[in-house]
Design a protein around this ligand. Sequence first.
Ligand code: ADP
Ligand code: MG
Length: 322
Amino acid sequence: MLSEFDLIAQYFNRPPRAGGQVALGVGDDCALIAPSAGTQLAISSDMLVEGRHFFPGADPRSLGHKCLAVNLSDLAAMGAKPLGFMLALALPEARPEWLAPFSEGMLALADLHQCELIGGDTTKGPLNICITIFGEVPNDGALRRDAARPGDDIWISGSLGDARLALAGYRNECMLPPATLSAAGERMHQPAPRVALGLALRGIARAAIDISDGLAGDLGHILKRSSVGATLFVDDLPAGPMLRTQERNLQHSFTLAGGDDYELCFTAPADKRDEVLAAGHAAGTAVTRVGIIEPALGLRLTDAAGAPLDLKLASFDHFATP
Ligand code: ADP
Ligand code: MG
């Protein structure tokens, strides 16, 4: 049986990258990070609980990827550059068959984004994975939720709804061919955080948020914090490649109120359309203009002809009564 310290040494302790900004990583009482001059630290935590955020028995490699991906997505939504992260882990038992793929999935994504595991805490208990991530943004350069202005365009990265389609398939809410379910499931289990896009949008976008609980609800956070309203062009929303094979009503409801998309929703002044497209191109991520910020509060939905659509939408809320 692995001791707590063997476990950390074997799966989570790697020397900090030479020339990086982590001055001291795993092994001391605290980690030390050296932020660049003229920057602010961007800090975020996300916790994943078995049975709540992932199915019991979920594939450990995907889980390792996903729990870091959702945190990187928060940095992306601020336009922050990743520096490092802390891992607080409660585990029912120390099984190498679980720990090895879990740490490999997580550390492969960490390497891809040059974001180092700098410490954490390990304890026995029901499976629970909490990551706190650190990044940096130029002073006062973060893409905040309260920065949208009337007249801004609303943009979405990538595509929406395939993760929610996978959930519908797993729950037998709809019948999907096995190949469709497995491709949609990839979107749910292996989200690609839009870090490069967040960085490319610095100085171009005004407000941004990452879409974790469904576009309508998450855009609602921008609207509320910025004291503005919006119209969304529902037929312009980029449905995922699997969702695109489904009927229009399902496309509407899963693009607007899916969940687990981890795309960016951001606003930018209308005279910066070319710059937004160039940022998307440079980051290798498609960006689609899907609406407009308006002074009148509330969220309005219109179809391709500009006619109002009346859709009942529910965004995900852990404490909402069903
Ligand atoms: P302390 O008791 O001082 O909090 P611990 O014994 O909990 O220290 O941890 C020892 C070292 O291992 C610390 O540097 C801590 O950050 C690190 N650590 C603990 N658990 C993890 C983990 N799951 N992943 C990465 N580092 C960890
Ligand atoms: Mg500790």
